[in-house]
Design a protein around this ligand. Structure first.
Ligand code: AMP
Length: 308
């Protein structure tokens, strides 16, 4: 079975959408990634940090999904990373109300020995130096290193971010962040600039407008499934990334063609994540539901025009 190493925040989130508000609930980039990747036949581990205010039941939830949590450090007397955000009415944009790094501020990640030869490494959203330290601890170059980031790190750790981006294979990023990173409005130009920074592939996530995969002169597009109800988009990007790397770890094939399938799997899982607050929907997701929606994806995108 392929091995997947995930690094990213394990967090408390407080979310406000036009439909309601939550107090501190389970969140974090690594949490969404790992729960999404758990849909695939892959052995995964999370490297992260929490404080001792983090409920044991959340850690147990990850363990129950066969996610190795030996790389999650629990800091005695420490406070867990906290993020809060408020969505605008269109749900495609949000304001960050607060980001409290807490125990993340001086975290030294330690990759469990058993995962130093992971096939795929998913560097989820957190400080670029932590992402780089994980790459440096690998015993051999993984088949694929995927990195996700966000505006917070561009604003606060620009040079460190560029350094780690130079070492990876795939960058996943949302449209606004791609524009901020490259100062290009056109996403095609932005992707070309990102590829010059190091990665061979770029995935630009466009929320309810799907995701674009760029590689050399090729572009592939996966729509987002048009949903009747979108409740809370938090974690959609991370769930996308989890589906993407989970599928690639299961299939152990990192060709462009297979990355296209991975983008579809990512979009498919993200379509569930937005249906309930936080991780609720992705936690309870069944394989039969995932397969049913994949069929809908196929119907949505297949056409039969004959070309000369
Ligand atoms: P997404 O909606 O996919 O962009 O991810 C939202 C998740 O990212 C939330 O669960 C947050 O806990 C986490 N998050 C928010 N800001 C940051 C940050 N600056 N670094 C790492 N994780 C973050």
């Amino acid at each position: 079975m392929g091995k997947l190493l995930i690094v990213g925040t394990v967090a408390f989130d407080a979310i406000e959408t036009p439909f309601g508000k939550t107090d501190k609930i389970l969140g974090g980039a690594a949490t969404f990634i790992a729960l999404a990747a758990a849909q695939f036949d892959a052995k995964s581990a999370v490297v992260s940090v929490v404080g001792d205010d983090f409920p044991q039941k959340y850690l147990d939830l990850l363990t129950a999904k066969n996610i190795d949590i030996s790389g999650i450090e629990v800091v005695k007397g420490g406070k867990t990373f906290f993020w809060s955000g408020k969505y605008h009415n269109d749900l495609n944009s949000r304001d960050t109300l607060s980001t409290e790094l807490n125990v993340l501020a001086d975290f030294n990640p330690i990759v469990p020995d058993e995962f130093k030869d992971a096939d795929v490494v998913m560097l989820g959203n957190l400080h670029p130096n932590i992402q780089r330290s994980v790459i440096e601890q690998m015993e051999r170059r993984p088949k694929l290193i995927v990195l996700d980031t966000m505006n917070y790190w561009m604003n606060n750790s620009w040079d460190e971010l560029l350094e780690v981006i130079a070492q990876i294979d795939v960058l996943t990023i949302n449209d606004e962040e791609a524009r901020q990173l490259t100062k290009e409005y056109s996403l095609v130009r932005a992707a070309a600039k990102i590829i010059k920074m190091g990665p061979k592939y770029v995935v630009i996530k466009k929320g309810e407008h799907g995701a674009l995969l760029f590689h050399e002169e090729h572009i592939f597009f996966a729509p987002a499934l048009p949903l009747e109800e979108v409740f809370d988009p938090t974690g959609a990007g991370d769930t996308f990334a989890g589906g993407f790397v989970g599928y690639l770890t299961e299939t152990k094939n990192v060709s462009f063609n297979n990355l296209r399938n991975a983008v579809i799997h990512g979009s498919n899982l993200a379509s569930f994540a937005v249906e309930k607050f936080g991780t609720a929907r992705i936690e309870s997701l069944k394989k039969s539901e995932v397969d049913k929606r994949l069929r809908q994806f196929r119907e949505l995108t297949q056409f039969d025009i004959e070309l000369q």
